[in-house]
Write a protein that binds this ligand. Structure first.
Ligand code: ASP
Length: 328
């Protein structure tokens, strides 16, 4: 059997529609059959196509992604050698990490998209679908969890970020680099990411779990954070640099961390928050003393996904702290 392809919309599947004869903004129009038609070389990879939901990736939910994982699991249990998902790139780093946390199979789960829609010169969708399909079918990619393949680069979901709003080279793994490349059609894995035991998601509890993400900014007086924390069951702080906040925040965070898990991450986009270097009020050592959980190398978006899954699964504070020590 071949690769199970699931399509979710996004730029890769968008085309123009006419406005008074002028080319207008693009909307989702192409299905899996359109996306895979006339891509040179793709016929070598047998595909089993499932058109799921043609939405911009901004509309995706945890529940939809987990339902997709369930469909992909069924495909793998029925003999698919790998899974390929096409979707919008805007939330791809988040959906890929969510999949990675729960995917228990050795079969590769590959996600791809495109930055240049099919109405533009040099659309990248066909090349990305081909490279991603080859990777999904490649024995070399087995056991690596969820992978993001664009621009002939293979990224581990754990490390990948969208780093540019329009460039076709937008996906990068700032902490590690790509784990491999597609070279002359071959999937070449150069280094293997550490894998963790898959989490068992509880989709039915997700609606009750709101995890807020607050990015700290210059002269932030914590009024917004107070309101946000009221409405949440968990909180991610994207702090300055290595995990610092204004001194004006600490009393509030002290109180919030009593009520719910609060995870400290960095707003920088690469690198880790520290654990034992700075001692000022609002520094990483101070915040940990007040009960904040260290997010390590997890960026704020990924930390939010992990925390929401854990809370939906009913994890207690000890389990959550241990999970961030393991994944961060
Ligand atoms: N806004 C689009 C989306 O994420 C962008 C893309 O596909 O690249 O659905």
């Amino acid at each position: 059997m071949g690769v199970a392809l699931f399509t979710l919309g996004g730029t890769i599947s968008m085309a123009g529609h006419a406005h008074g004869g002028e080319a207008g903004p693009v909307v989702t129009r192409l299905n899996g059959a359109d996306l895979t038609a006339a891509v040179p070389g793709l016929a070598e990879v047998p595909l089993d196509i499932h058109d799921v939901d043609a939405v911009p990736s901004a509309n995706l939910t945890f529940a939809q992604v987990l339902a997709l994982v369930e469909s992909a699991s069924q495909a793998v249990r029925a003999g698919a050698c790998g899974v390929l998902v096409t979707q919008g790139t805007d939330t791809l780093e988040e959906t890929a990490f969510l999949v990675d946390l729960v995917w228990p199979y050795a079969e590769p789960f590959v996600l791809t998209g495109a930055m240049r829609n099919p109405t533009l010169a040099g659309p990248d969708g066909p090349a990305n679908v081909l490279a991603a399909a080859r990777t999904a079918a490649a024995p070399a990619a087995r056991g690596l969890g969820a992978l993001v393949v664009l621009n002939d680069e293979i990224h581990a979901a754990r490390w990948v970020r969208k780093t540019h709003s329009t460039s076709t080279a937008t996906f990068a793994s700032p902490n590690t680099g790509p784990i491999g490349h597609v070279i002359e059609g071959d999937t070449r894995i150069l280094t293997t990411p550490v894998r963790h035991r898959a989490l068992d998601p509880r989709t039915e509890a997700l609606d009750d779990i709101r995890v807020a993400l607050h990015t700290v900014t210059l002269d932030d007086d914590a009024v917004t954070l107070t309101a946000v924390a009221e409405a949440s069951q968990g909180l991610i702080i994207a702090g300055f640099g290595v995990g610092h906040v204004p001194a004006a925040f600490v009393d509030l965070l002290d109180a919030v961390a009593e009520r719910m898990p609060v995870v400290l991450t960095s707003r920088i986009g690469s690198g880790s928050v520290l654990r034992h270097t700075y001692g000022a009020i609002g520094s990483e050592t101070d915040l940990q003393r007040r009960g904040l959980i260290n997010g390590g190398l997890l960026d704020p978006y990924k930390a939010r996904i992990l925390l929401r899954l854990l809370l939906a699964g009913g994890a207690d504070r000890e389990t959550i702290t241990a999970a961030f020590a393991e994944h961060g």
